[in-house]
Ligand binder design. Structure first.
Ligand code: NAD
Length: 471
């Protein structure tokens, strides 16, 4: 049985809170820190501030022993051997990551280091941030022998974050010292040695006792680059298939068939080849921008990164134009918006293409009624309810008397709508699907005009096919 490690996780957001709960699940003693007092109070009182599958059950399981929550960073750092930094690294004005939250945390850590600590970058940061962290610690008088800085990027996906964390494709540890690498091996030993998977109540996933999680040890710089390069590559796949989707539309091809045909090639693979409204979320947009900034700073030509972003931006415009083509004008039109989160299975609306689309529709004079299974509370903060912006408690309420239904997020619930009832609720049976959740023929058979991405639009005969607008 591997030895428990005392771990402090600073930042209790989508990454920090999941990491903290999972470390406790792996048998470690965890102190979870945040400077948001309301969030810490919620956590201390048994609440869960984010929507994430399995997180409530893990927190409930470990609240009585494995995990504690606090705003007292100094005391938490003092008590722990390993300190994970999991605060936000949003996009700054230049495209570079804004590292001010990381720097603030590092300055606070510096004041609390007594014995040897391993400081771990869990946040996504540009290459050489590990060196900056060392410099800041030393500037604050911390002896170099008292710490090592390690990069341990996180690859979890919101919506499946807990299972992703406990059953990772790989764990990357970027350490420039063997001492720190050994500590990190101890942290992840339950997953890399498979002892966690042998437990009867272990959460099930792709790894097992006989096929434990692989751990890759690299230099800190390489680990930092692995994270940015991975996210940029995934964003590239999405933008690539979206560009192909636009070409498919121009020649009456079908992007679903094309993606299936491409994805069967094991060198390409089927994942992240789903055409749609474009990527969003708190990672891909900012990480592509930050990676581009890193390349620029080093004098390395990497224009492909620009193209990824441009295609993604254009994808939203193309969808907006589809709405215009289907409805002609938007002023006074009643639109049902299905989805607010940037993807299904999360309440996260950061950089959500759905929110962006609704803002454009409202700016064009449309009346929007939105529904999302998890993200409505967060959405209300950026899209307050008004006489033109409403929120419904379900799909049919949103669709009632609508001139068109727009599918903006790929929630499973939206892929399984009772289409007969939907047709009865709407004013005009028009569905504009930014996530390709339906087969065009099925929509046609249910009486809908159906416009999707990278596939021929289907128009009901009596409604006629509008000539496309030259926008
Ligand atoms: N969200 C994801 O899917 C994901 C996946 C992989 C990596 N990442 C990276 O992980 C990092 C965190 O992302 P997130 O989505 O969890 O962010 P988040 O905004 O959900 O959480 C950050 C938390 O840090 C807290 N915080 C900020 N300053 C603090 C301070 N000085 N002391 C204590 N707490 C402080 C905030 O209150 C917040 O709760 C980012 O760098 C992100 O790029 C995110």
């Amino acid at each position: 049985m591997s030895q428990p490690v005392s771990i402090c996780v600073i930042g209790s957001g989508y990454v920090g809170l999941v990491a903290a709960a999972c470390f406790a699940e792996m048998g470690h003693r965890v102190l979870c820190v945040d400077n948001d007092e309301a969030k810490v109070k919620t956590l201390c009182e048994g609440g869960v501030p984010i929507f994430e599958k399995h997180l409530p059950e893990l927190l409930a399981r470990h609240r009585m022993g494995g995990i504690d929550f606090t705003v007292d960073l100094a005391s938490a750092v003092e008590q722990c051997e390993v300190v994970f930094i999991a605060v936000g690294t949003p996009q700054g004005d230049s495209g570079a990551a804004d590292l001010s939250f990381v720097e603030a945390v590092v300055s606070e850590i510096a004041r609390s280091i007594s014995g040897y600590k391993v400081i771990v970058e869990k946040s996504t940061v540009p290459v050489y941030t590990n060196e900056w962290i060392s410099r800041v610690l030393q500037r604050h008088g911390v002896a170099p022998s008292s710490f090592d800085v390690v990069s341990n990027p996180e690859f979890l996906r919101e919506g499946t974050a807990v299972v992703d964390f406990l059953h990772p494709d790989r764990i990357v540890v970027g350490a420039n010292s063997e001492r720190a690498a050994q500590v990190m091996r101890r942290v992840y030993a339950p997953l890399t040695e498979g002892t966690y998977y042998a437990q009867p109540d272990a959460l099930q996933g792709a790894c097992s006792a006989s096929r434990p999680a692989p751990l890759v040890v690299t230099s800190a710089q390489s680990a930092e680059l692995i994270k940015h390069a991975s996210n940029a590559f995934l964003a590239l796949k999405i933008s690539f298939i979206n560009a192909v989707a636009n070409l498919a539309e121009a020649v009456d091809g079908d992007i679903q068939d094309i993606a299936a045909g491409m994805g069967l090639d094991t060198r390409i693979g089927p994942r992240f080849l789903r055409a749609g409204l474009g990527y969003g979320g708190s990672c891909f947009p900012k990480d592509v921008a930050a990676f581009r900034w890193v390349a620029q700073q080093r004098g390395v030509e990497f224009q492909l990164l620009d193209e990824i972003r441009k295609i993604n931006e254009r994808q939203k415009e193309i969808f907006f134009n589809k709405v215009l083509s289907a409805l002609w004008t938007l002023r006074g039109k009643r639109l049902a918006a299905l989805g607010l989160a940037y993807k299904g299975d999360t309440d996260d609306i950061r950089e959500s293409p759905a929110i962006d689309m609704i803002k454009r529709l409202l700016a064009s004079g449309a009346l929007v009624t939105a529904y999302d299974p998890a993200a409505m509370e967060r959405a209300r903060e950026v899209l307050p309810a008004s006489d033109r912006m409403g929120y419904a408690s379900g799909v049919f309420e949103a669709a009632r008397d609508a001139d068109a239904v727009l599918i903006l997020t790929d929630w499973k619930e939206f892929a399984n709508i009772d289409l007969v009832r939907l047709n009865q609720e709407v004013r005009f049976p028009i569905v504009i699907d930014g996530r390709n959740l339906y087969q065009p023929q099925v929509m046609h058979d249910h009486g809908f005009t159906y416009v999707s991405v990278g596939r021929p639009a289907i128009y009901q005969a009596q409604q006629g096919k509008p000539r496309s607008l030259a926008i």
